[in-house]
Design a protein around this ligand. Structure first.
Ligand SMILES: Cc1ncc(COP(=O)(O)O)c(C=O)c1O
Length: 449
C-alpha cells in the first residue's frame, strides 16, 4: 500500500515492535478496520487474519458479544482505583476466570497485558517464599527461544538472543536451558529428546543449589522458537522435578490460553498442573488490554493476614483490573464455555493440521506441529539436511501480504492461530492463501538463486 508523506513521517516518529521501520516502510501495512477473520488496510484492501492479530483476537475482531459487554460497562463505570477500591465487575472477572482454571488455581489478579502478568508472577513467587520461611529462593529458570515479555524481569527470563543482549546486563537470578527442538537431531527419538530436555531443568536446579531456586517458567507451546510442542511426558517430568526441589512451575499461557490448544489452558491439554499461570493476549479477544496472574489459592492465602504483618502482595498497577477490560474478559470466557469452543478448537485443529501437512508436497516443510488451532510449519532448504531456509520465510512475508494474508513468519517457520469463530470453509480459504503464498515465495526465491 502507498503511504502519504505525513504517514511516512509519522512512522519515523514512532516505532514498530521488534521491527526496523525502514524495512517496514518498503512494504507498509497501515490497518484501519477489522471484523471477524479480516482486517482492512487504510486503502480498503482486505486481509485474512490467520493469527488473530498476534494470537490475540481469539474470537475474531470486534466480536459482538464482547463489544456489547464493553458498551454496557461504558455506561456504568470506566475506571476504578486498584489502590483504595475495586470494581464489582473486576470481582466478577476474578470469579469467572477462577471457574475455568485447572485445579486450585483460583487466586486471580487481572493486569493489562502479558509482560505485566509475568513480572507480577516473579515478584509474587519471591515474596511468597520470603514469607513462608524460604527467603533464599529467588532464582528462575526459563528456556532459550522462550519469550515472556519486554519488561526487565520478563526479558531476563526470556531466551531470545538479540532481543535481550542489547539491554544486558539483565536482572540477576535468571537461568535458561535449551528447548527440546534445539536438541532433537542429537537423539534417535523425540520422546528421548524430551526426557533429556526436561532433565536439564533438574541439572540446573541442582547446580544452582535447590535452596536458591524459586521457579521454572515455560510457554507450554513455545512460539518464538517455532511452535515448540513438547511431549506430555516432558511436562510430567517438569512437574516431578519442581515438586522434588520445592520449585514453582509457572506456565506462560499468554498465547496458549483460552481454548486455542483444545482446552481452556494448555495445562489441561498436556495434563500438567502448574502452580501459576500467566495470561494475556486472547483473554479479551483484543477488545481491550487484559492479562492475569493466576496462582494456587493456598499461595494466595499466604498473603492474607493482619495488616501489621505487612504480608499483602507489595505490588500494584493503576490499570490492573480495569472495569472495561474485565467486562470484555467475562464475555470472552462465557462465549468459549457456552459454545464449547475448546472442542471446536480440537475439531478444527485436526482439519487444519491435515491441510498444513499437505504443504509437504513443496519439499520444504520439515514438520507441522502444535495443538488445536495453534499450529506451526517449519521450513527447510533440504529435507535431507534440514538446513533452515530463512530466505524462503522472508519471501513468504512479502508474498503473503501481497496475497492478502497475515500470519506470523519468523522466517524459518510460520504459525497460524485462526480465531475460534472460523469454520472449515474459512480454513479452506486460509490454507488456499497459504498454499498460494508458499508456492509464490518458492518461485521468487528460486528465481533469485
Ligand atoms: C508467550 C508470551 N509471553 C509474554 C508476552 C508479553 O505479552 P505483552 O506483549 O502483552 O506484554 C508475549 C507477547 O508476545 C508472549 O508471546
Amino acid at each position: 500500500m502507498k503511504l502519504s508523506p505525513r504517514q511516512t513521517q509519522l512512522l519515523r516518529q514512532t516505532f514498530l515492535d521488534y521491527r526496523q521501520s525502514s524495512d517496514f516502510l518498503k512494504r507498509p501495512l497501515v490497518l484501519h478496520r477489522a471484523e471477524g477473520l479480516y482486517y482492512w488496510d487504510a486503502a480498503g484492501r482486505r486481509y485474512f487474519d490467520a493469527i488473530g492479530g498476534i494470537f490475540v483476537a481469539s474470537l475474531g475482531h470486534r466480536h459482538p458479544r464482547v463489544v456489547e459487554a464493553v458498551k454496557r460497562q461504558l455506561d456504568v463505570m470506566t475506571f476504578a482505583p486498584p489502590l483504595h477500591g475495586v470494581a464489582d465487575v473486576t470481582l466478577d472477572f476474578v470469579e469467572k476466570l477462577a471457574s475455568v482454571t485447572p485445579g486450585n488455581l483460583r487466586f486471580v489478579k487481572p493486569f493489562s497485558g502479558g509482560s505485566e502478568s509475568v513480572e507480577s508472577a516473579f515478584k509474587f513467587v519471591r515474596q511468597y517464599f520470603k514469607q513462608t520461611g524460604r527467603g533464599e529462593k529467588y532464582k528462575f529458570i526459563g528456556r532459550y527461544h522462550g519469550y515472556h515479555g519486554s519488561t526487565f524481569g520478563a526479558m531476563s527470563a526470556s531466551g531470545t538472543g538479540k532481543r535481550k543482549t542489547k539491554f544486558e546486563p539483565l536482572m540477576g537470578g535468571f537461568f535458561r536451558v535449551l528447548p527440546p527442538t534445539s536438541l532433537r537431531d542429537r537423539f534417535d527419538s523425540w520422546d528421548e529428546c524430551n526426557r533429556f530436555a526436561a532433565r536439564m531443568f533438574e541439572d540446573v536446579i541442582v547446580h544452582e543449589d535447590p535452596q536458591t531456586v524459586a521457579g521454572v517458567i515455560v510457554e507450554p507451546i513455545g512460539n518464538t522458537g517455532g511452535i515448540i510442542t513438547p511431549t506430555e511426558e516432558y511436562f510430567a517430568l517438569l512437574r516431578e522435578i519442581c515438586d522434588r526441589y520445592d520449585v514453582m512451575l509457572i506456565f506462560d499461557e499468554i498465547i496458549t490460553g483460552y481454548g486455542k490448544t483444545g482446552a481452556m489452558f494448555a495445562a489441561q491439554t498436556f495434563d500438567c498442573m502448574p502452580d501459576l499461570i500467566c495470561g494475556g493476549k486472547g483473554l479479551s479477544s483484543g477488545v481491550l488490554p487484559l492479562g492475569a496472574m493466576i496462582a494456587r489459592q493456598d499461595m494466595g492465602e499466604a498473603f492474607f493476614g493482619p495488616a501489621e504483618e505487612e504480608i499483602q502482595f507489595a505490588h500494584g498497577s493503576t490499570f490492573a483490573g480495569n472495569p472495561l477490560a474485565c467486562a470484555a474478559g467475562i464475555a470472552v470466557l462465557d462465549e468459549i464455555v457456552e459454545h464449547d469452543l475448546c472442542e471446536k478448537a480440537r475439531r478444527l485443529g485436526r482439519y487444519l493440521f491435515i491441510k498444513l501437512e499437505a504443504l509437504k508436497k513443496y519439499g520444504v516443510v520439515r514438520e507441522v506441529r502444535g495443538r488445536g488451532i495453534l499450529l506451526g510449519v517449519e521450513l527447510v532448504r533440504d529435507l535431507k539436511t534440514n538446513e533452515p531456509f530463512p530466505e524462503l520465510g522472508r519471501a513468504l512475508q512479502e508474498v503473503a501480504l501481497d496475497n492478502g494474508l497475515i500470519m506470523r513468519i519468523d522466517p524459518s517457520w510460520f504459525a497460524v492461530a485462526p480465531a475460534l469463530i472460523a469454520e472449515e470453509a474459512d480454513l479452506d480459504e486460509m490454507t488456499d492463501l497459504i498454499d498460494r503464498s508458499l508456492k509464490g515465495a518458492l518461485e521468487k526465491v528460486r528465481a533469485c538463486a
